[in-house]
Design a binder for this molecule. Structure first.
Ligand SMILES: [Zn+2]
Length: 129
């Protein structure tokens, strides 16, 4: 599986994933969580930002099902999704643990983070990997 290359901005995210934790940044000035990682708050531009571990609970906002295998990404879930964490940030991810059909993927479906090869992905709540 192709692994994303950590950069200095994203290193704490990948370090968290190795430890089975989903981490995002939270602004100390306005208290909001945000993603993707950046050195200043996306809402108020404060640089007083911290990495925090979030619940890993989310809802399904949007997705596509890739019908064709992607070269080099054969092991990857075909479901590429936009999810919204309970803490607010949205992120692009893969959905696993479910047959990739629209019937199984209603919008607002409750999701829970899990990890595949140290990469955060999401599965429907109540599914055990
Ligand atoms: Zn802020």
């Amino acid at each position: 599986m192709v692994k994303p290359q950590p950069t200095p901005e994203t290193a704490p995210y990948w370090e968290g994933a190795r430890q089975g934790e989903l981490r995002v940044q939270r602004c100390g000035a306005c208290g909001r969580h945000y993603f993707y990682p950046r050195p200043a708050c996306r809402y108020c531009f404060s640089q007083e930002v911290h990495w925090v571990t979030v619940s890993g609970r989310a809802r399904l906002v949007s997705y596509v099902i890739n019908q064709r295998p992607m070269p080099g990404l054969e092991g990857l879930s075909p479901v590429v999704a936009l999810v919204e964490l309970d803490e607010g940030p949205r992120l692009m991810t893969n959905i696993v643990g479910v047959e990739p059909t629209p019937e199984n993927l209603p919008l607002d479906l409750r999701l829970q983070v899990c990890f595949q090869d140290d990469v955060p992905v999401f599965q429907p709540e109540g599914v055990t990997a």
